[in-house]
Ligand binder design. Structure first.
Ligand code: ARG
Length: 473
C-alpha cells in the first residue's frame, strides 16, 4: 500500500477498505494529464520563487521521464498505489529524493484531480468533435449524390409524402451539426483552470494561477476555490451532449435496421459491417446498428449516474466525486466507438434506389398533391380532400396507384381532372415543387448543400482555444 498520508494514523488501513477507496485501476487513464498538470504547477512554483530554478528543472525533467517510461511500458502502473497522483509522486521521489517531495507544495489532490478530469474531458470533447465532422462529411456526400433519389417520407411509420434520400439524410446532418455546436459551447464554458484552488480554500503560497492556467491553454483560473474543486458541471454537460449524440445515432440506427429489413430492402449494409447467424445460413444481420441503438442506454446511464452522485454533495470536495470517472470514461469511449463505427457502416452502405422509388410510388404519397391539383382548379380544399380520399379507396380496392387510374376513372370521381393530372402527381413534380428552403425540391436541396459545405469548411481546423497569448509546454 503506497499512500500519500498516514502521519496521523496509528493503524494500517484494512485491505478491503484500501481496495474500496483506491482509484488507481481507473484514474491511470489520465496519467498524461496528471503529469501535464504537475509540470505546469512546478513551472509556476519556479517562476514564483517558491521552488528554486534547479529544483523546478529537475522535477520537470523527471516528470517527462516518468511519462516516457509509462508510455514505453518500462514503468508499470500497478495497484500498489492508491491513485495516479500517488503513483506519479512516489516515482518522482524514488528518482529525485527530497526534491521530489516538493512537487505537492501549494496543491491538494482535490484541485489536482479536478484539473486532471477537466484536461481529460477537454481533449475528449475535441476528439468527439472530429468524429462528428467525419460523420457529417459522409452524410453530405450521400446528400450530394442523391438529390434526385426519390423515396417515401414517413409519419407514424406510414408513407406520407415523397421526399429524396438527400432530404432524409439532411435531417441527420442538422442533428449532428447541432451536436457539434453543443460541444463547442461546453468547451468555451469549461476551459478554466481549477488548479490553485487547494483543498477548498486556496493556499497561502503566492501562486500565480493566471500563469498556470495559460501554461495549459485555459482562458484563466476558476474564480471560486470551493467551486473549483467540486464542479463537475462540464462533465455532466459533456455526458448530456454525448447522450444526445447517441439518441441521434440510435434513431438513425433504427431507420437503417428497418430499411435493411427483408420487407423494405431500401439499403444493404456492407458485408464488412454485418454479421451472420450461427444457425440460419441465409441471415445477414444489422448488428452494428443494433449495438449502437443498444449502447445508447449505457451512455444515458452514465449521465443519470453522475447527476445523482452530485445531487447530494455538500461543498466542497467529497469522496463521492471519485465516482465521476468509471462510468464517464466508459460513456465517452462507447460514444466515440459508436460514432466511428456508424460512420464506417454508413459510408459503405448501398442504397437501393429502385426499391425506394417503387415504395414511394405505391403508398399514395402523391395524394396531397392530387388534392392540391383540385384546389388549383377551384375545388375547396376540404372537398378536394374528400374526393382524393374516395380515389384512394378505389385504388386500394383495385390494388393500383393513383397514377395507374385512367382519366375516365378519375373523371368519374371528379370531372375537374384533366390529362395534366399525371404530370402534377408524378413523384418528380411532387418533390421538385417543394422549393421553400428546407424542403426536398432539388433546387432547395442544392442551396442547403452549398450552405452545409461552407459550414464544414469554416469549422474545419477552427481554433477553439482562441488564445491571445499561449505559453505551450
Ligand atoms: N481519487 C480521488 C478522486 O478521484 C482523488 C482526490 C482525493 N482527494 C481526497 N481528499 N481524498 O476524487
Amino acid at each position: 500500500m503506497a499512500q500519500l498520508w498516514g502521519g496521523r494514523f496509528t493503524k494500517e488501513t484494512d485491505q478491503l477498505v484500501y481496495n474500496f477507496n483506491a482509484s488507481i485501476l481507473f484514474d491511470q487513464k489520465f496519467y498524461k494529464q496528471d503529469i501535464q498538470g504537475s509540470i505546469a504547477h512546478v513551472c509556476m512554483l519556479g517562476k514564483q520563487g517558491i521552488l528554486t530554478k534547479e529544483e523546478m528543472q529537475a522535477i520537470v525533467k523527471c516528470l517527462h521521464e516518468i511519462e516516457q517510461d509509462v508510455e514505453s511500458g518500462k514503468l508499470e502502473i500497478t495497484n500498489e498505489y492508491e491513485d495516479i497522483h500517488s503513483f506519479v509522486e512516489a516515482n518522482l521521489i524514488d528518482r529525485l529524493g527530497d526534491t521530489g517531495k516538493k512537487l505537492h507544495t501549494g496543491r491538494s489532490r482535490n484541485d489536482q484531480v479536478a484539473l486532471d478530469m477537466r484536461l481529460y474531458t477537454r481533449l475528449e470533447v475535441l476528439y468527439t468533435d472530429e468524429l462528428l465532422e467525419e460523420l457529417l462529411e459522409t452524410i453530405l456526400k450521400i446528400m450530394e449524390e442523391n438529390t434526385e433519389t426519390i423515396m417515401p417520407g414517413f409519419t407514424h411509420l406510414q408513407k406520407a409524402q415523397p421526399i429524396t434520400l438527400a432530404h432524409h439524410m439532411g435531417a441527420y446532418f442538422e442533428m449532428f451539426k447541432r451536436d457539434r455546436s453543443r460541444l463547442y459551447d461546453i468547451f468555451k464554458r469549461m476551459n478554466y483552470c481549477p488548479l490553485g484552488s487547494g483543498a477548498l480554500a486556496g493556499t497561502t503560497y503566492p501562486l500565480d494561477r493566471d500563469y498556470t492556467a495559460k501554461l495549459m491553454g485555459f482562458y484563466g483560473p476558476t474564480l471560486n476555490s470551493m467551486d473549483g474543486v467540486s464542479d463537475r458541471d462540464y462533465l455532466i454537460e459533456f455526458l448530456s451532449a454525448l447522450s444526445t449524440i447517441m439518441m441521434h445515432l440510435s434513431r438513425f440506427s433504427e431507420e437503417i435496421i428497418i430499411w435493411n429489413s427483408n420487407e423494405y430492402k431500401f439499403v444493404e449494409i456492407d458485408d464488412s459491417y454485418s454479421t451472420g447467424s450461427s444457425i440460419m445460413p441465409q441471415k445477414k444481420n444489422p448488428d452494428i446498428a443494433e449495438l449502437v441503438r443498444g449502447k445508447t442506454g449505457r451512455v444515458y446511464g452514465a449521465l443519470v449516474s453522475l447527476l445523482t452522485t452530485m445531487k447530494g454533495i455538500p461543498l466542497a470536495y467529497n469522496k463521492d466525486m471519485q465516482e465521476d470517472k468509471e462510468l464517464s470514461f466508459d460513456a465517452i469511449d462507447t460514444a466515440k466507438g459508436c460514432l466511428a463505427l456508424f460512420q464506417g457502416m454508413l459510408a459503405t452502405m448501398k442504397f437501393n434506389k429502385e426499391q425506394m422509388r417503387k415504395s414511394a410510388n405505391h403508398g399514395f404519397t402523391n395524394a396531397t398533391d392530387a388534392a392540391d391539383y383540385l384546389v388549383n382548379h377551384g375545388v375547396p380544399f376540404r372537398d378536394a380532400h374528400g374526393i382524393v380520399g374516395r380515389i384512394v379507396l378505389y385504388c386500394l380496392d383495385k390494388k393500383i396507384a393513383i397514377d395507374d387510374m385512367s382519366l375516365e376513372e378519375l373523371k368519374a370521381i371528379s370531372p375537374v381532372f384533366e390529362a395534366d393530372i399525371y404530370d402534377a402527381i408524378s413523384m418528380e413534380t411532387c418533390v421538385n415543387k417543394r422549393l421553400t428552403i428546407g424542403a426536398p425540391g432539388k433546387e432547395a436541396m442544392e442551396k442547403v448543400i452549398a450552405l452545409e459545405k461552407e459550414y464544414l469548411k469554416e469549422n474545419h481546423d477552427k481554433d477553439w482555444f482562441e488564445l491571445d497569448e499561449q505559453i505551450l509546454l
